[in-house]
Design a protein. Sequence first.
Length: 192
Amino acid sequence: MTETNEFREGSLKGRIEAVLYVAGDAIPVKELARALKLDRTALEQALRELRDEYDYEQRGWSLRLFGEHVQLATRPLYAEDVVRLLQPVQRQSLSQAIMETLAIIAYRQPVTKAEIEQVRGVKCDYSVQSLTNKGLIEEVGRKEALGRPILYGTTDKFLSHFGISSLDDLPPLPEPPRDGQDEEDAGGELVP
């Protein structure tokens, strides 16, 4: 008995679903490829097809691809139903100071603590430590400067936390005001 292409394709998607379901958390694409004994190109094609099928059918879960990781996750459209059932403990949100530090790192990475402090105007030791402990940032190297300070960058967990696939999905920074121009133009109206 020979397998048809349709059977093999369906079987591959089933294998992917099984592994992602059991894993629960995001896993590196390269580890998934290794576990399924697939080359990366074939796996990425199957992942895109699964993601598109789930989105088209508005399934209860979605396939999230972010950075070099992939995960099955509850579709945000149905999250309230899940919350009502499970009544999870409220996740502690990130403080304003931590969010400011994280934004600086996200937009300027790789960046040192001193560079973050220069932008914020205050010490950032606690914020950097907290973000590191949460896995949202990590050490990405050392700057070629006196003392070789640590350079920080965001992680794939950062991408997952904010529901984006890559840093390219970050919203653009607002343009700084031009010299001699306030929020009003010469006609006295607000500039959009």
